[in-house]
Design a protein around this ligand. Structure first.
Ligand code: ATP
Length: 581
């Protein structure tokens, strides 16, 4: 847990964390020492030995003073570390995230991340502000007191030492169990919130198929599982905490019995026994407090682990300086092998050369690896073997900024920021003039959307672009790419058939992009495939054919079959655009 805290705080605060733990340890031990001083003071007072009582009281007063100093120091250091977490964790998390390979951001990870960045941060803050102090003092203070007991009377001390493993095992068992339960509650919470989002997104489908009355079983099951996990936590945590607390009281009872037996056998001074029992009574309180908090601390440790896991992720290795771009606009893959899992290659020995200024259409059945290939060009992931070159430089020899300066992506799932239409296009080139932004918008047909909306360029597009249609979102994405004027444009074309208007705008934008950039298109529209300079056909992650449409149509039966199938599927809506292309 300490190493997780170190990762979360960062090397800059490692010294602060060590000092905090030292003060906390000193506070806990000094508390135990102060309690131990009560024995000689009480014994001297009961025996009427004023001088010994006075010396004892002075020693006690000095120790209490040290306890106060240590208490103050550890509390201040704890709060300042809590503040560090609150004020810097989001920044550090942000800095870490931008260094991670883009392939890391799967939807499941993003769900976890948002949970860690909000709830997790509060939990870590709590560790410093409220949890560590009672748990550390709850263990160290009684341990010091037990050692002092051994010093005053070895028989009573031995009884406590024999009881200690028993107390430890029960506390450990209870805390681990609570932590496991908490993990199940957390997993059930993530699952339920994912299902709620899915349920909201699926509304059109559910309604279209009349599935609104009988509920949505995956959501019902997830909510049931969450309730079950919450119920299990409540019903099982309490008895375990009770048993852990009981172990402390049983140990105290055993001590009492041993003490009484010794007193009855005249083996111990009764006055001393009373003082020692008073000392032992001080063991129970902190231990019970530690037991109650250690479960919470274990829960926090789970959150810490999840956050530390993010900091543990290896960043995308980047060179300090990029290799020179010797051949702008070209893309070259040499014998590339890649798999999301090493034992299962998705791209299997692909070699491909895309000349500058050309248009390459990547085609193939669903799951053949088309999108993965484009992700490798953008270095979402590093290849397992072989090499990807962009502009003549190995992508691993370019900084992310330099690589991304070469490429403008236009993805199928266009994500728009909850901002104005104009701001969403301007992101393609933040320094661009209004004139350039408007020109790019015109070429992509966005100006027609602008005219239709009451606030024109200043119209908000809604979260994720929800206020626009899918075709309109893709036009904005094309405008971004046009504005960026990158040497290479990677386009993941819409799989769904586009309406005539969107088709016209996409084709217009493609024509402009083609005139100034290299185009790599994961192509689904027949018109795009036909007009490509080079068609690359993928099957099971390998290139099975390369050539132009006329070449492949005559020489490659697999391509001819692919083409026939696509035409059959879309034959009823072949438009002028396609037949004339
Ligand atoms: N992030 C990922 N983690 C694990 N496997 C993945 C991931 N992304 C894709 N895959 C798998 O890799 C294979 C190739 O996927 P890819 O998306 O590249 O194919 P595609 O040809 O673009 O398919 P489609 O035309 O349906 O979009 C598929 O089997 C897919 O399940």
């Amino acid at each position: 847990m300490i190493s997780d805290l170190l990762k979360i705080l960062g090397p800059k605060h490692a010294g602060d964390l060590r000092r905090y733990l030292l003060w906390l340890g000193a506070y806990a031990v000094l508390q135990g020492v102060a309690t131990a001083f009560l024995v000689p003071v009480l014994a001297a007072m009961i025996h009427g030995d004023g001088q010994r009582a006075a010396y004892g009281l002075i020693a006690l007063a000095l120790t209490v003073l040290l306890v106060a100093v240590a208490h103050y120091r550890q509390a201040m250091k704890g709060f300042s570390l809590a503040l560090v977490v609150l004020t810097t964790l989001h920044d550090r998390l942000g800095a870490k995230l931008v260094s991670l390979p883009l392939g890391w951001f799967s939807s499941e990870r993003v769900g976890r991340l948002s949970r860690s960045a909000t709830g997790g941060t509060m939990m870590v803050t709590n560790v410093f502000a409220h949890l560590l102090t009672p748990v550390v003092t709850g263990v160290l203070t009684p341990a010091t007191t037990a050692l002092a007991l051994l010093f005053f009377d070895w028989r009573l001390g031995l009884t406590v030492l024999l009881a200690a493993p028993f107390i430890y095992v029960l506390h450990h068992w209870s805390a681990s169990w609570i932590a496991r339960t908490e993990q199940r509650v957390d997993a059930a919470g993530v699952e339920a919130s994912n299902r709620v989002v899915e349920f909201a997104r699926l509304q059109p489908v559910l309604r279209a198929f009349g599935r609104t009355r009988e509920g949505y079983p995956p959501l019902d099951q997830a909510i049931d599982a969450q309730q079950q996990a919450g119920g299990d936590r409540l019903s099982a945590t309490f008895p375990r905490l009770l048993m852990a607390g009981l172990s402390v009281h049983l140990a105290f009872a055993a001590l009492l019995v041993v003490g009484l037996m010794l007193a009855l056998a005249h083996a111990i001074d009764t006055v001393e026994l009373v003082a020692l029992l008073a000392l032992s009574a001080r063991l129970a309180g902190p231990l019970a407090e530690a037991a109650a908090r250690s479960g919470q601390l274990r829960m926090a440790a789970n959150d810490l682990r999840r956050l530390a896991d993010i900091f543990d992720q290896p960043p995308l290795p980047e060179p300090a300086r990029s290799l020179p771009i010797s051949d702008p606009g070209t893309v070259c893959l040499s014998n590339v092998v890649f798999g999301y899992r090493p034992e299962q290659p998705i791209i299997d020995g692909v070699s491909l050369r895309v000349p500058a200024g050309s248009m390459t259409a990547i085609i193939g059945p669903s799951g053949s690896g088309k999108t993965t290939l484009t992700r490798l060009i953008m270095r979402f992931h590093d290849v397992d073997s072989g090499a990807v070159q962009v502009g003549g430089a190995d992508v691993r020899g370019l900084t992310s900024a330099d690589l991304m300066a070469q490429i403008a992506p236009v993805m199928q799932d266009v994500y728009l920021f909850d901002d104005t239409l104009e701001a969403n296009i301007r992101i393609g080139a933040p320094g661009a003039s209004d004139q350039d932004v408007h020109e790019a918008a015109r070429l992509a047909g966005v100006d027609e959307i602008v005219k239709r909306l009451p606030q024109g360029w200043r119209s908000p597009v809604g979260e994720g672009g929800g206020a626009l249609s899918g075709g309109e979102r893709q036009r904005i994405s094309l405008a971004r790419a046009l504005l960026k004027k990158a040497p290479i444009v990677i386009l993941d074309e819409a799989t769904a058939a586009l309406d005539a208007e969107n088709e016209r705008h996409v084709q217009n934008a493609l024509r402009t992009l083609r005139a100034r950039s290299t185009l790599i298109v994961v192509a689904h529209q027949l018109s795009t495939i036909r007009s490509a300079d080079q068609i690359v056909m993928l099957e099971h992650g390998a290139v099975v054919a390369t050539g132009t449409h006329p070449q492949l149509s005559t020489n490659e039966p697999r391509y001819a079959e692919f083409w026939r199938e696509r035409q059959r599927a879309r034959g009823w809506r072949l438009t002028d655009v396609e037949t004339s292309a």
